[in-house]
Write a protein that binds this ligand. Structure first.
Ligand code: G4P
Length: 527
């Protein structure tokens, strides 16, 4: 319990959203509250522009800049908040999923006009797999969006989680007048283009307070009272434990661009969000309060800029204290490693760190020793678990265009896929190589990097698969299955068997024909 004080003041989280819902805007407002940035727009300028989908070099350049804001640390009300950034571009969704393995909770931003969108559902699925506590922020209330009650229903239905509003809007769009905070019974008035200050917050005994009648017209006052009565009738009291267990999501309403409802959200976040939690490992539960250090790599960022050909591995500290220049065991390689220049990410500046505690993220310079899921310890052999691989959405065969460079190609593709942006599958019992990615952009990046960094020329042939399914089940059933479907069976880099399904119909047919085999869209890196 040596580091309990450090651990208990830390909260590490990510903001997730479908592109355009307002993640960047909300991030920026949080940082302004935390005093981490002085000027609005600082985060925005680092954002991967949504519309430059075809120019991967430009996207990579912008990603390079965004490394500096990968983790933004600020203090708010004595809490040290680590905000882990996630790329907005859908082709980098895998990066986002990985980042979710390194946080203790998330804030999910929803656009009140669009409601739950595809990317929101995918992200939420990852949160549910891990029982990650989620707070929902319904953004853009200054626009005419969906009815808030309908939105709550949509959230519950599409995200498969119980919700509990903690604030409630008074109208929306042009008539948006503010929110009533159901948690601490205060009213925040909305004035467009004006930052809500403490003077705009009015504490009420309850909604019978005459302030409501003096301040709002009869219709709005009646509507607010009715709505709140309905909410209090329908929803149970907010259950913090259910939130911490990932079973219940508190909901806030606001308008990030107007800095509205953001303080309410942040105040509640620092109050209820979890501090760093224990982690499961391949051998035992790792108590966050253990004195001995452990941590794992959840993301690797390679820089395409030829002037700075460095790779940065992102390490999340799980227990103990990480120290600069101290030797740690790289469990997979069974090798002692130390880092002389680890850095922390303090909004837009890279700082060398001397030590880091559970919940913190440290950037380690890497020359190719790390892959996603690698664990560092003080000597004990275990892997931190709970770091899945997800089924890619696009599959292409890797074809070598220069037989003289076969070795370079093999080495290059192994190293590049260690970074986690693409997955390498090898034909079961053969040598055909299939690359799976979430976005088309990754294939271009791989082709470019294989040539630039390894001198290996390749081409990609599109394959008609729709999902990779990791298969498990009784040995004899698996053997029969791979005999029948040999053309569709590949192995991932860790030798796990994978069935590549051409379509949902094929997959369902195989599921029906092979009831004893499990077809999984995800696979634990360390089983
Ligand atoms: P993202 O990171 O989730 O992709 O979203 P981002 O914050 O970039 O916001 C997407 C767009 O939505 C931006 O407009 C932003 O200004 C706007 N926005 C964010 N919050 C609100 C809000 O509360 N109300 C309204 N009406 N709009 C909001 P843009 O035109 O794409 O960019 P910009 O030119 O305004 O920077």
């Amino acid at each position: 319990m040596k580091y309990a004080n450090e651990i208990n003041k830390r909260k590490s989280f990510a903001i997730i959203a479908h592109p355009d819902a307002g993640k960047t805007t909300l991030t920026e407002k949080f940082l302004l509250f935390g005093g981490a940035i002085q000027t609005a727009g600082a985060v925005k300028s680092n954002k991967i522009k949504k519309h430059t989908t075809s120019d991967f070099m430009e996207i990579e350049r912008q990603r390079g800049i965004s490394v500096a804001t990968s983790v933004m640390t600020f203090e708010y009300r004595d809490v040290l908040v680590n905000l882990l950034d996630t790329p907005g571009h859908k082709d980098f969704a895998e990066d986002t999923y990985r980042t979710l393995t390194a946080v203790d909770s998330v804030v999910l931003v929803i656009d009140c006009v669009k409601g739950v969108e595809t990317q929101t559902e995918a992200l939420m699925e990852v949160c549910r797999m891990r029982d990650t506590p989620v707070i929902i922020y319904v953004n853009k209330m200054d626009r005419d969006g969906k009815n808030p009650f309908d939105l709550l229903d949509e959230l519950e239905e599409k995200l498969s989680i119980r919700v509990r509003p903690l604030s409630w809007p008074i109208n929306m769009g042009k008539d948006f007048k503010g929110v009533y905070n159901l948690y601490n019974k205060s009213l925040v008035n909305f004035l467009p283009n004006k930052k809500a200050t403490d003077e705009d917050v009015v504490d009420l005994k309850d909604l019978s307070d005459s302030y409501v009648d003096e301040h709002f017209n009869e219709k709005d006052a009646a509507q607010l009272r009715n709505d709140v009565e309905l909410i209090e009738g329908v929803y149970d009291e907010f259950d913090k434990q259910a939130y911490l267990d990932g079973k219940l999501a508190p909901v806030f309403f606001g308008s990030a661009v107007n800095n509205f409802g953001v303080k309410d959200l942040l105040d509640t976040f620092v109050e209820i969000a979890p501090t760093p939690r224990n982690r499961q490992s391949s051998t035992r539960e790792i108590d966050v309060n253990e004195d001995k250090f452990s941590g794992f790599i959840f993301k690797i960022h390679a820089n395409l800029d030829p002037r700075h050909r460095d790779r940065i591995a992102f390490l999340r500290v799980c227990s103990g204290k990480f120290e600069r220049n101290k030797f740690y065991k790289h469990v997979r390689l069974d090798k002692d490693v130390r880092f002389s220049n680890p850095y922390s990410f303090l909004a837009r500046e890279k700082n060398i760190v001397d030590d880091a505690f559970p919940g913190d993220v440290v950037g380690l310079f890497d020359t190719g020793n790390f892959k996603i899921g690698d664990t560092l310890t003080e000597g004990e052999k275990f892997y931190i678990t709970g770091i899945p691989s997800f089924s890619p959405e696009l599959f292409k065969e890797l074809v070598n265009k220069d037989p003289m460079k076969t070795k370079q190609l093999e080495k290059g593709i192994r190293q590049l896929t260690d970074e986690g942006v693409a997955q390498l599958f090898t034909q079961h019992g053969g040598n055909r190589k299939i690359i799976g990615c979430v976005g088309d952009l990754q294939f271009e990046v791989i082709q470019y990097r294989l040539l630039q960094e390894y001198g290996a020329a390749c081409q990609f042939n599109t394959l008609p698969y729709y999902k990779a399914c990791w298969i498990t089940g009784p040995k004899n059933k698996i053997e029969d299955f791979i005999r029948f479907k040999s053309a569709n069976i590949v192995e991932d880099k860790d030798g796990h068997l994978v069935y590549l399904a051409e379509s949902e119909w094929y997959l369902n047919t195989e599921r029906a024909n092979n009831p004893e085999i499990q077809f999984n869209f995800t696979s634990e890196i360390h089983k």
